[in-house]
Design a protein around this ligand. Structure first.
Ligand code: NAI
Length: 253
């Protein structure tokens, strides 16, 4: 039976990934700062002991260490780590505060770094270059094509894309591959709060893709599950846009 840790597994893309993995028979640990009742996917009941929730702030090294210590008390090996936890605070230079910038650095960039570090011995155990453990980081199309009003968030995502490449090379010989997905606009609570909240007028979502809709969490979870599948065991260090062609259309214009 395969096992995965999903950060930010309580909502949006992370939650859908947890649900899909449980449906496929994986054991899943969800690490999140949200209320565990909210975090619990419907499939968790039928999955029974295959679903565990740990309260964990991925931007805090003590919190991450405590979560992985708890996981290591029940298993020596995991097959995959999905880093989906993220926060978006948007606005031009003077519209976002230094505290908001710190939060995005901590959760979006330091979070994956701390999580991969915490998971390392679990990922290494029993993996090999021919059957590697998988790390998937949820980046953003903003990290490839930054836009006005989204500047610092995009910078954290560009940095996490760079980290993906660096760690892909560093960890390959340990039998761990590292890849990232870069979603466009996805219909999740994060996006709803950006669109409905007191967002500065300088922020505009990318909106509908050339496919005539925004993404659903399943569109992103599909690609994450591909990265975790046997079919992707030789894929390493990639950042795959999952944006319905939004970026391509931008380039064309
Ligand atoms: P969401 O807000 O629905 O889910 C994010 C989850 O991360 C929440 O459960 C939240 O509690 C958790 N989280 C936040 N801070 C945390 C912390 N310090 N420690 C642990 N967990 C924490 O958001 P969504 O849309 O599912 O986002 C998932 C990822 O996808 C994020 O990395 C986000 O930046 C990225 N993304 C989202 C896009 C969108 O349009 N929704 C577009 C591109 C990327």
């Amino acid at each position: 039976m395969k096992a995965a840790v999903v950060t930010g597994g309580g909502s949006g893309i992370g939650k859908r990934t947890v649900e899909r993995l449980l449906e496929e028979g994986w054991t899943v640990w969800s690490l999140d700062v949200c209320d565990p009742i909210i975090a619990e996917p419907a499939e968790a009941l039928s999955a029974g002991s295959r679903f565990r929730f740990h309260h964990c702030d991925v931007g805090d090294s003590d919190s991450v260490e405590a979560a992985f210590t708890a996981i290591k008390s029940v298993t020596r090996k995991i097959d995959a780590l999905v880093c989906s936890a993220g926060v978006a605070r948007v606005g031009l230079l003077e519209e976002i505060s230094p505290d908001q910038v710190d939060l995005m650095m901590d959760v979006n960039l330091k979070g994956p770094w701390l999580s991969i570090r915490g998971a390392l011995s679990l990922l290494r155990h029993g993996s090999s270059v021919s059957d590697p453990a998988r790390v998937v980081i949820v980046g953003s199309i903003g990290g490839i094509r930054p836009k006005m009003g989204n500047g610092f968030y995009s910078a954290t995502k560009a940095a996490v894309h760079a980290l993906t490449g660096v760690l892909a090379v560093e960890l390959a010989s340990s039998g761990i591959v590292v890849n990232a997905v870069a979603p466009g606009t996805v219909d999740t609570p994060m996006m709803s709060s950006l669109l409905q909240g007191s967002t500065p007028p300088s922020y505009r979502s990318s909106g509908e893709s050339p496919l005539g809709r925004i993404a659903q969490p399943d569109d992103i979870a599909d690609v994450i599950l591909f990265y975790l599948s046997d079919a992707a065991k030789y894929v390493n260090g990639t950042v795959l846009p999952v944006d319905g062609g939004t970026r391509a259309a931008f380039i064309k214009r």
